[in-house]
Design a protein around this ligand. Structure first.
Ligand SMILES: Nc1ncnc2c1ncn2[C@@H]1O[C@H](COP(=O)(O)OP(=O)(O)OP(=O)(O)O)[C@@H](O)[C@H]1O
Ligand SMILES: [Mg+2]
Length: 204
């Protein structure tokens, strides 16, 4: 059985986690990889129904997502998670818990808050800045960017296709999905992905 892994997106609201998780899912399904997406919004209507946005409830939400993702990954599935997951400590806890059973790939959707507020996909930044929503990540609740993510995508500067391609290239180079001959991700970009993974201690 092919080794499963968790592709863990993290980033502020509107930074592209849901968009990219769907795109990556499609690309991996085309390659015959088994995939399941655990999207933050959807999880909060079932698995984590009733949880709020206090630190404790956010941590519980992320631990639950991490637990399900781990079960999937150890059965050969690529579990993609798309929740803000603002705290490094809990992301690291999930990473440690999958150690050895499967791979863990942290993908940081980086985008300056000014751009997110201008984009305001769900109209939430406007409300948060007006004080109508409390505990909104990045406005009046903390977000801790990952220290050593396997992939960083700058979703304020590049299109979804480019971000998606970098993530696919990363999981390919980590040996988690088979490479597709002739894919056209640029050689310079490919070198940048390799350099990042080498810095993190992968690739020998
Ligand atoms: N490089 C990129 N990657 C992903 N999305 C991008 C990129 N560039 C622009 N976008 C746009 O940014 C928006 C991202 O919204 P999305 O719902 O995916 O964010 P999210 O991180 O899931 O937010 P939330 O935490 O609120 O669910 C979409 O409208 C998407 O088209
Ligand atoms: Mg989303």
């Amino acid at each position: 059985m092919k080794k499963g892994f968790i592709l863990w997106f993290t980033g502020l609201s509107g930074s592209g986690k849901s968009t990219l998780s769907k795109m990556v899912e499609e690309r991996l399904l085309e390659r015959g990889v088994k995939v399941e997406v655990l999207d933050g919004d959807e999880v909060r209507t079932n698995l984590s129904k009733g949880l709020g946005f206090s630190k404790e409830d956010r941590d519980t939400n992320i631990r639950r997502i991490g637990y399900v993702a781990k079960l999937l990954a150890r059965n050969g599935v690529c579990a993609i998670t798309a929740a803000i997951s603002p705290y490094q400590e809990i992301r690291d806890e999930v990473r440690r818990s999958v150690d050895g059973h499967a791979g863990f790939v942290e993908a940081y959707c980086e985008c300056p808050i000014e751009k997110l507020a201008a984009r305001d996909v769900k109209g939430l930044y406007k409300k948060a800045m007006a004080g109508e929503i409390k505990h909104f990540t990045g406005i009046d609740d903390p977000y801790e960017p990952p220290v050593d993510p396997e992939a960083i995508v700058h979703t304020g500067d590049e299109g979804p296709e480019q971000s998606c391609a970098r993530i696919i290239k990363t999981v390919e180079m980590l040996g988690l999905v088979p490479p597709v001959p002739g894919d056209d991700y640029g050689i310079d970009e490919e070198k940048a992905v390799a350099a990042r993974l080498r810095d993190l201690g992968y690739l020998g």
